[in-house]
Design a protein around this ligand. Structure first.
Ligand code: GUN
Ligand code: FE
Length: 423
């Protein structure tokens, strides 16, 4: 497969790698190289001609809640704990109804496709049947996803609740049912957060992760009240991270995605960066729920694979450039108020945190280097840039991030194959 256009990606977070009017060649879905002129052995093969358009890696949205999709833009006058109780749990509860579930799941998957997020790590609800449906619809869609049935057995609304035994048994049934079924769609252990999981539940989820070598996703250090309540529930633990770590849910045997990571002690920062933990910056969610600003720079400097994600419906925008831009802006406010300009996140770093870093959780996606899967988007910015002939590829690309939208994405390719709208 050969495609021609202006190719831009972030091999390193500090800078863009740019190939003007070049050919990307993939064999069996894997990138073989990028060439100014087509090499001898590929002459005569069909070329997909996208001259003047941008060819960029597809996004990975590594943290979002599918059953909160219809809640986008609702409840943003509340902070986390009230927001969960009043808006979030009542909405997630509706996924007991399979008709409702299927309707929302198809919309979420279509919109992920539209936004160019071809990989995602998704929280489902606590419901076994609805979670199976979400997994199966992702399998049909051609998109790649980790899907987790949420486990919660306490400190939740009375009507949205599960006994430990039930939750663990359902989680294990789902793991076994889909084990090895799909290269693209896999299950993930999903303790909602320490507040809603008893120690027994956490321990048994850690055991499942160990036994089946399945990664974990959860929330960490998001909000003052949350942290205070958490530590009152687990007084014998040293800090919030220690609760997950001692229960084998913190990137020791399997990778672990931890959303937010805003208020980390020094010990926790060290643990996050030593273990295989993916800290996730969710700027829009953190602004909406007044949670705070993650110190992305500190974790990046320690080598942690910091990602940027939508956290629907804490965040309200599925299109990841909205999150990238806000994440960058919030880093600048942090830098200003702390008078530490090393905290500023650069544009290329923002993009890297929504492509290459989260992509590494899935394998070789999120960059267009040799050996990576040919997962990319074709982007046409001609309708948003009037003086387009004066603009460099990097300028066109950054203008798309700031003033463009998903409407500028013309085509999506997964492993070198054009991916059509799923539903
Ligand atoms: N902490 C526990 N559950 C949630 C959730 O659904 N969204 C966010 N932002 N934080 C959480
Ligand atoms: Fe979340």
């Amino acid at each position: 497969m050969i495609i021609r256009g202006d190719i831009i990606f972030t091999e390193r977070k500090e800078e863009y790698t740019v190939y003007e009017d070049s050919h990307l060649i993939a064999e069996e879905g894997i990138i073989k190289g990028i060439y100014k002129n087509i090499p001898e052995e590929h002459r005569g093969e069909e070329v997909i001609d996208r001259r003047g358009k941008l060819i960029v890696p597809s996004f990975t949205d590594i943290h979002l809640h599918a059953p909160q999709y219809l809640n986008r833009g609702l409840g943003t006058d509340k902070e986390l704990m009230e927001w969960l109780k009043i808006y979030t749990f009542p909405e997630e509860e509706k996924f007991r109804n399979m008709e409702y579930a299927e309707k929302v799941w198809k919309k979420v998957i279509n919109d992920l496709w539209e936004c160019g997020s071809l990989h995602s790590a998704v929280f489902s609800s606590i419901h076994e049947k609805a979670t199976e449906k979400l997994i199966e619809l992702f399998m049909v869609s051609g998109l790649s996803a980790y899907v987790g049935k949420v486990n919660m057995d306490r400190n939740t609304n009375e009507s949205y609740f599960e006994e430990v035994e039930e939750g663990i048994a359902a989680t294990e049934r789902i793991i076994r049912k889909y084990e090895g079924k799909s290269e693209l769609v896999r299950t993930i252990i999903t303790p909602r957060f320490a507040i809603t999981c008893s120690e027994d539940s956490l321990k048994r989820q850690g055991e499942l992760s160990d036994q089946y070598r399945i990664p974990v996703q959860s929330h960490l250090n998001e909000n003052f009240k949350e942290i205070e309540f958490t530590m009152s529930l687990f007084p014998e633990y040293e800090n919030y991270s220690d609760i997950y770590n001692k229960n084998n849910l913190f990137g020791k045997n399997a990778a672990s995605i931890m959303a937010h990571c805003i208020y980390n002690s020094e010990e926790e920062v060290e643990l996050i960066s030593k273990n295989n933990v993916y800290p996730v910056y969710c700027p829009e969610s953190n602004a909406n729920l007044m949670s705070g600003i993650m110190d992305a720079r500190q974790l990046l400097n320690l080598g942690a694979p910091v990602c940027i994600a939508s956290d629907i419906s804490g965040g309200h925008s599925l299109f990841l450039p909205r999150q990238i831009v806000l994440g960058i802006q919030m880093s600048k406010m942090k830098a200003r108020f702390e008078n530490d300009f090393s905290k500023v996140i650069k544009n290329s770093e923002g993009y890297y945190m929504a492509t290459k870093n989260p992509g590494s959780f899935f394998g070789k996606t999120g960059s267009l280097e040799i050996g990576y899967e040919a997962n990319f988007l074709v982007v046409d910015v001609s309708d948003i840039i009037m003086d387009i002939e004066k603009r460099s590829i990097t300028e066109k690309f950054e203008k798309w991030l700031y003033i463009g939208s998903e409407k500028n994405i013309q085509e999506r390719y997964m492993k070198g194959r054009k991916l059509e709208k799923p539903f």
